[in-house]
Structures are given as structure tokens and as C-alpha cells.
Design a protein around this ligand. Structure first.
Ligand SMILES: Nc1ncnc2c1ncn2[C@@H]1O[C@H](COP(=O)(O)OP(=O)(O)OP(=O)(O)O)[C@@H](O)[C@H]1O
Ligand SMILES: [Mg+2]
Length: 501
């Protein structure tokens, strides 16, 4: 562990910095604990740039909001939980802490098999795709270019259900730092992965990231760089990226020709000669993965994307539709959780009573969920679900799980293990039968946290009434609502989607 003056510091009255996790050109990253949310481990990245005026602050807050929103669009982008500027005008991001290995370490020490390479490449593209397609921010479509795609900005984490999960770090951060430097000749990025146009300080589009991805794909396959400069200076790299043809991938590596061609195409000096989008790369990777990946035939783990539930869910849905409102519950607009036993096993559900019209209005909504945990004074979990659509705005469906109770424990574990839950809607005017069922999926990192919280609650003691923890969580929920709304308003699609926080 490196000794550091920031260690032990409490940031924003909330994040306790524990130790330095790493240092890069654009800042340093700490492992920290979020004291407000039960000591959950988070990563705090301080940028190397102080924000000395309001214009710089505003720009940082705008870019950070965009990065946070973007992270909601793919499980292949690290989640940004919070951001701000500290008392010394240093901007920081709070991210989910990823227990993983950086791709740069992996490439240095291991040879990647072809199936593993193909899986990483696909997941990298799935992370880049929503950014390049753009998100809606303040009602404006905003395209995001990473600008610093390189192995140290990619972490590989082990996920119990999805296997190796690729997470892209530092989205948009290069731009932020760049924008605050000398406007005319700003340059950021890591020389070895920089596109020719980036080295010229030109306006960049998605194809610059595709070049960097090409360099990284080459390195993943060959264990060495495709282009080596005569001198490792800016001038040397400038010349190399502009003039040196990339080395061919050695035939000894036994790389399928279409893959070699794809990587070579990504490395074209002229952006118009590269694949024009990551979707195009994904299309080229798909048949390769079908042919060479041993995991593909099962179809269960690919693609690593949020997808609709497979057919068995329909059966569970049909079972849920037969449910009747419990006699011991008031016929009011309330929400409560319940584990139900079906022929397909136990299912975690949220029972919701709304007006019949509201149920109709909410049928095509984006679903969002997020969990907040408080260890003290009483271990309590807040399970937030929101249904949102443009016309009717948000319908908040919060419910509290007391993790000192048997039901709370079982529900938290079940949600963590299954990664999804059903919402059963009952109409106030016609409460007998369930009117509508929806599924919401939970992000894998949240699943892991649910399991951790359920475990830690067993040993935690309660020092006050559960209601006190509920009130504290309620306050935090009110504070979070506007942030969640910004996310939901940004996810403006024509189809209802399912996002989890
Ligand atoms: N969310 C995170 N969870 C866990 N570790 C992280 C997280 N974000 C970054 N790290 C680790 O912190 C270290 C430093 O990251 P940082 O981004 O500062 O450096 P870098 O990527 O090497 O350089 P650059 O500043 O050019 O991005 C890296 O080793 C990275 O793996
Ligand atoms: Mg980085």
C-alpha cells in the first residue's frame, strides 16, 4: 500500500478514503467507504485539474452528469454514483468499486485465447456502442467519445452469472481535462493508442475510438503493439501513427483471416477506411464468436446485455396474473414485497395497487431500480423501483426491507441471487385479480451488494428502532429523486426499457 496524505480523509462528509488504488496521468483513484450507505466500498477518482472558476465547474458538472447517465446504458461501463468538487477545487467522481484485474495486467502476463479475446472485444463494443450512438441530455442528443481507450482503462471483473465481465473506465474524462487546457493545441490521450486525427488535435468522432480499439485488439491478440515509433516522443508517435503501416498479425498466432482483416481495418490511418461504427465491428465479430467460442452454443450467457426474459418467464407471468390481493392488506394505493412460491420456484415480487387508469398509463414505462442500505442504527434496505414515461412522469414505488427480519433476509438474498423481480399491479377499483405484470432486472453489482448486505446484517446489531433507519433512508431517497429523474429523462426511447442503478 502506498502512503498518501489523503488516506483517512472524509470527503463531502460521506466518503472515507481508505487507501490509494492507483495513479494515472489524469488523476488518482482511492478505495473509499460510503458512510451514508452502510460503508459500501466505492472508488473515488480525483482529477488532476483544479477547477478555479465557475465556468470550469459548470463544464465539469455537465460532463460528469453525462458520464453518470451514460453509465446507466451499459453494464460494460463503470457506474458513476456521485461527483463533485472538493474544498480545494479538485473535481472528483465516485464510482462503483470494481474488484477486478486491469486489462493491461492481463495482457502483460497472459496469452488470451481466441474465445476469450472475442468475448472481451464484443463486450468492449457493447460498452462503446451506446456512447457513440449518444444519449439524450437536456433534450439534446449528445454523442460521447471515450478518447482514451487503452488497456489500463478496462477492468475485467468476475461475475458469478455472466463470467468475465468487461468494464470500461474513464469515459469522457480525457475531454474534460482537454477542455480545460490550452484550447488551441490541447492534447490528451495515451500516445500509443491515439488515432492520427487525435494527435493533430482535431475534432474527434467515434472512429477515433475505433482506431484506439484496433490498437488494443491487436495488442490483446499479439501481446505487442502494432505500431512502434522510432522514438517514444510525441513527434515519434505522431509520425508512426500517420505513416507507419501496422505490423501484420503473425501467422504463427493462428488468427482467423476475417479477424485479422477487421483489426487491420480499425487501424486504417484514414477514418473513412475504418469500420464506421462499433455496431459494424459487432456484426463482424458475431460469426467469429459463433464459430470459435466454446461457450456460444449454450446461448445463455451471450450477449451480455440486458435482454427480455426468456420464455419460462411467461409462465411465471401467467402464474402472477392469477394472484389475488391478500385479505389482510388494505385496498389502498400501497406497495409491499412478497416472496411467492410457484411451480417454477420461489419468485420475488412487488405488489402494487394503483388506480386502473394509472396501471394503463404505466404499461409502457421505463423501469428503474436501485437499492440503498443503512447499517446503523438498524440494518435497513430501501428498495426503490420507478416506472417512468414521458407523458405521465415517474411513479415511485419504494419499499423497505428490515434485514433483521426473516422476510427481509430472504427477499434480499433472493433478489441478489435471481437478479430480477416481478411487479404485480392491482387496480383500486377492481382489486380481486392482478391486472398486469412487469419484470425488472437488477444490475449484477447491485445483486452482489444485496448478498453482502444480507450477510453483514446477520452480525450487525440494532441500536434503535427500525423506524429511525427508515426515516434516514427516506431523506436520502428524497435527495436522490432528482438525480434518478435526470437519468430516466435521458433514457428516452420509443420502447420501454429496463434499467437498474
Ligand atoms: N472503479 C474502480 N474500481 C477499482 N479500481 C479502479 C476503478 N477505477 C480505476 N481503478 C484503478 O485505479 C488505477 C488508476 O486509475 P487511473 O484511471 O487513475 O489510471 P490509468 O488508467 O492508469 O491512467 P489514466 O489517468 O490515463 O486513465 C487503475 O489501476 C485502475 O485499475
Ligand atoms: Mg484510467
Amino acid at each position: 500500500m502506498i502512503k498518501d496524505p489523503n488516506t483517512g480523509r472524509k470527503l463531502a462528509d460521506r466518503y472515507q478514503l481508505i487507501e490509494i488504488a492507483g495513479k494515472g496521468a489524469m488523476g488518482q483513484v482511492y478505495r473509499a467507504e460510503d458512510l451514508l450507505l452502510g460503508g459500501v466500498t466505492v472508488a473515488v477518482k480525483f482529477l488532476s485539474q483544479t477547477l478555479l472558476n465557475q465556468k470550469m465547474r459548470n463544464r465539469f458538472l455537465r460532463e460528469a452528469t453525462i458520464c453518470a447517465l451514460l453509465a446507466e446504458k451499459s453494464i460494460h461501463i463503470v457506474r458513476v454514483r456521485d461527483y463533485g468538487v472538493d474544498d480545494n477545487d479538485v473535481p472528483y467522481y465516485v464510482m462503483e468499486f470494481l474488484e477486478g484485474q486491469s486489462l493491461s495486467e492481463i495482457i502483460k502476463t497472459q496469452h488470451l485465447s481466441l474465445p476469450r479475446f472475442l468475448s472481451y472485444a464484443r463486450q468492449l463494443c457493447l460498452g462503446l456502442e451506446p456512447a457513440h450512438k449518444g444519449i439524450v441530455f437536456n433534450r439534446e442528443p449528445t454523442v460521447i467519445i471515450h478518447r482514451d481507450i487503452k488497456p489500463s482503462n478496462v477492468l475485467i471483473v468476475q461475475d458469478s452469472t455472466l463470467g468475465e465481465l468487461v468494464k470500461i473506465l474513464d469515459f469522457g474524462i480525457a475531454k474534460l481535462i482537454e477542455a480545460n487546457r490550452d484550447q488551441t493545441h490541447s492534447f490528451m490521450g495515451t500516445l500509443a493508442y491515439c488515432s492520427p486525427e487525435q494527435m493533430e488535435g482535431k475534432e474527434l468522432d467515434n472512429r477515433s475510438d475505433i482506431y484506439s480499439l484496433g490498437v488494443m485488439m491487436y495488442e490483446m491478440l499479439a501481446g505487442e503493439m502494432p505500431i512502434i515509433p522510432e522514438t517514444p516522443s510525441f513527434g515519434g508517435w505522431y509520425k508512426a501513427h500517420h505513416q507507419k503501416p501496422p505490423k501484420g498479425l503473425s501467422t504463427a498466432l493462428n488468427i482467423p483471416q476475417p479477424l485479422e482483416q477487421l483489426v487491420r481495418k480499425c487501424l486504417a490511418k484514414d477514418p473513412s477506411q475504418r469500420p464506421q461504427s462499433v455496431s459494424e465491428i459487432l456484426k463482424a465479430l458475431e460469426p467469429l464468436e459463433q464459430r470459435y467460442s466454446d461457450r456460444y452454443p449454450s446461448q445463455t450467457k451471450f450477449p451480455v446485455q440486458r435482454t427480455e426474459e426468456p420464455t419460462p418467464a411467461l409462465t411465471i407471468e401467467a402464474i402472477c396474473l392469477q394472484a389475488t390481493w391478500p385479505k389482510d392488506k388494505p385496498k389502498q394505493k400501497i406497495v409491499f414485497p412478497k416472496l411467492i412460491r410457484t411451480s417454477r420456484g420461489v419468485v420475488a415480487t412487488l405488489w402494487v395497487m394503483l388506480s386502473g387508469q394509472d396501471i394503463v398509463n404505466r404499461q409502457f414505462s421505463t423501469r428503474y431500480n436501485q437499492f440503498l442500505f443503512l447499517t446503523s442504527p438498524h440494518p435497513m434496505l430501501l428498495w426503490i423501483t420507478v416506472l417512468h414515461n414521458r407523458e405521465f412522469g415517474p411513479r415511485w414505488l419504494p419499499c423497505y426491507l428490515d434485514l433483521k427480519t426473516n422476510l427481509g433476509q430472504r427477499l434480499a438474498r433472493h433478489l441478489g441471487q435471481s437478479g430480477s423481480y416481478r411487479m404485480l399491479f392491482f387496480a383500486l377499483e377492481k382489486p380481486q385479480k392482478c391486472q398486469h405484470v412487469m419484470t425488472s432486472t437488477i444490475d449484477p453489482t447491485q445483486c452482489q451488494m444485496l448478498l453482502n448486505w444480507a450477510n453483514s446484517s446477520q452480525t450487525l446489531s440494532s441500536s434503535a428502532q427500525p423506524q429511525i433507519s427508515k426515516n434516514m433512508l427516506r431523506k436520502e431517497f428524497e435527495r436522490l429523486k432528482p438525480q434518478i429523474l435526470i437519468k430516466l429523462e435521458a433514457v428516452h426511447t420509443d420502447f420501454p426499457s429496463d434499467i437498474s442503478g
